[in-house]
Design a protein around this ligand. Structure first.
Ligand SMILES: [Cu+2]
Length: 150
């Protein structure tokens, strides 16, 4: 009886390890491009535009080009970069058409730098909601990412 219980425990442990080890779930396409701390700032009252941030990691051994983004409940989503004019100190934004992430490297989208620009965001969204975005990559296709509204 004791022996049987031990075998059962062993089998459970093996199953547990297989399911939790990311290396065993390579079939999950969302893992090749990983988004950490993906969030969107709640738009200011009276505004329907806001920005999103994340730390994006290329978990493959090849170069990945990120070609675009489309988010549900948002009219226009794109990648932007904040530029600072060092002479005047003023800032402006420029659209990034595409960007590359080297194998096993990360790119940080953070306040004051690169950001995801969301224009025409639905008024329905409130803090804690999730915005689902599709990220288009070459190669591989589409990665689905959820950005939490903060
Ligand atoms: Cu912008």
């Amino acid at each position: 009886m004791f022996f049987k219980k031990k075998i059962y425990h062993f089998i459970c442990s093996v199953i547990f390890i297989i399911y939790l080890n990311p290396a065993c779930s390579n079939s999950d396409s969302s893992l090749y491009l990983h988004f950490d701390n993906a969030y969107v700032k709640l738009p200011l009252i009276g505004s329907d535009s806001t920005s999103g941030y994340a730390n994006i990691t290329n978990r493959t051994d090849y170069l990945i080009s990120v070609e675009g983004i489309s988010c549900s409940g948002v009219s226009l989503s794109s990648f932007h970069e904040t530029l600072v004019d060092h002479m005047s100190g003023s800032t402006s934004m420029e659209k990034i058409e595409r960007f590359k992430i080297f194998p096993n490297k990360s790119i940080k989208f953070s306040p004051g730098g690169k950001h995801i620009m969301l224009m025409g965001i639905s008024e329905e969204f409130t803090k804690g909601d999730k915005i689902t975005c599709q990220i288009f990559t070459d190669p591989r296709g589409i990665v689905k990412v959820e950005f939490e509204i903060q």
